[in-house]
Every structure is written in structure tokens, then in C-alpha cells.
Design a protein around this ligand. Structure first.
Ligand code: UDP
Ligand code: MG
Length: 182
């Protein structure tokens, strides 16, 4: 296994063969720091799907660095869906997104923006492939239970819109091998 792959599998921590003198890095490789905004929409929260969605991202190997439940204001939703404001479904979309609390999350990992879009599936749930969040858990485009940023640039903007910097945690992977004696 090459160095980068081993580092990815270890959550960004450098992994060395036994006996190698330990080397400490102050940060992980830049590509591992990619982040995206994932939100469980009000129908997903109402249907108790928050845990199911978190489980999928954790199992894939992504790292949760921010999470909160909130009732989204019209202001935040208008900014979030600014590009869709001329669409005929826009008023219903805003009503749907304000119909109950959402769970907003920031996930980090290698290629997380692209991978999470694939995990989420087609916007239209009836076209979403089995195995995807929408393809497994929803049937209609207007109640598609999850949001995922669609590019790295958009992800940065959306994370800035939904989260304050202090709400995001830069935690490092720890294998808890440094056992304490009791
Ligand atoms: N949407 C809708 N009808 C449409 C297209 C979109 O209700 O014909 C809603 C749907 O909730 C979708 C959201 O608007 O998730 C944002 O649309 P976008 O095209 O950005 O899809 P997404 O990025 O969520 O897959
Ligand atoms: Mg979108």
C-alpha cells in the first residue's frame, strides 16, 4: 500500500512501519481537508432518518466536523437557494424547507463533495439509483430528504452560510493506543 493510501485509511494520520522513529505532522495532506455541507431536510428529520444518514457517511470513512439542528429562517433559505429563485417550484421549496427543523452537518474527507453527491443520488428520487440515500429512502423530487453541496466552491459558500467558524471542529484521528494505567 502506498503512503498516501495508508494515510487516507488512517483518517489522515501518517502511518509508519513498526520501529520507524515517530514523526509528527502539524496538518494532513490538503486534499483530505475537503469539506461539504450535508443537510437532513425537514422530511428526513420527521421520518427519523438522521441516524441512518449519519451512519452512511461514517461508514464510508468521512469525518463529521460540524453538526446542529435548527429551524432554518427564510433569510438563510433564500440565500441557500438563491440560484433557484426564478424556478416555478421555488415558493414550495422554501415552504418545505421551513416546515420543520433541519440537521445541518459538515463532513470532511478525500473527494467528499463528489463522493457525497454520488451517495445522495439523483435530485429526482424516482430516478435515484438503489443504494443511494434518495434512491433507498424517498420517492419524490419535492421530498428528497437530503441536501449535499454540488461543488467545492459551493460547499465553501454553503458552510459559511450555515455555520460559524467556531462551530467547526478540527479534530485529529486518535487510535487510543496510549492506554493509561489504573
Ligand atoms: N426541487 C424541486 N423540484 C424540482 C427541482 C428541485 O422541488 O424540479 C427541489 C429539491 O428539493 C432539490 C432542491 O430543489 O433537492 C434543489 O435543487 P437542485 O437542482 O439544486 O438539486 P440537488 O442539488 O438538491 O440535487
Ligand atoms: Mg443543488
Amino acid at each position: 500500500m502506498n503512503f498516501i493510501l495508508r494515510r487516507l485509511l488512517s483518517g489522515g494520520r501518517a502511518v509508519y512501519p513498526a520501529g520507524t522513529p515517530s514523526v509528527h505532522y502539524s496538518s494532513v495532506a490538503p486534499e483530505i481537508r475537503e469539506r461539504t455541507l450535508i443537510a437532513v431536510k425537514p422530511d428526513g428529520v420527521q421520518r427519523r432518518l438522521v441516524g441512518e444518514i449519519i451512519k452512511r457517511f461514517e461508514r464510508r470513512g468521512f469525518k463529521l466536523v460540524g453538526i446542529k439542528m435548527l429551524q432554518a429562517s427564510e433569510g438563510i433559505l433564500a440565500k441557500h437557494y438563491h440560484d433557484l429563485q426564478t424556478k416555478p417550484f421555488y415558493p414550495s421549496l422554501l415552504r418545505y424547507m421551513a416546515s420543520g427543523p433541519v440537521v445541518a452537518m459538515v463532513w470532511e474527507g478525500h473527494n467528499v463533495v463528489r463522493s457525497s453527491r454520488l451517495m445522495v443520488g439523483d435530485t429526482d428520487s424516482s430516478q435515484a439509483k438503489p443504494g443511494t440515500v434518495r434512491g433507498d429512502l424517498s420517492v419524490h423530487i419535492s421530498r428528497n430528504i437530503i441536501h449535499a453541496s454540488d461543488s467545492v466552491e459551493v460547499a465553501e459558500k454553503e458552510i459559511g452560510l450555515w455555520f460559524h467558524r467556531a462551530e467547526l471542529t478540527n479534530w485529529e484521528t486518535n487510535d487510543h493506543s496510549d492506554l493509561y494505567q489504573v
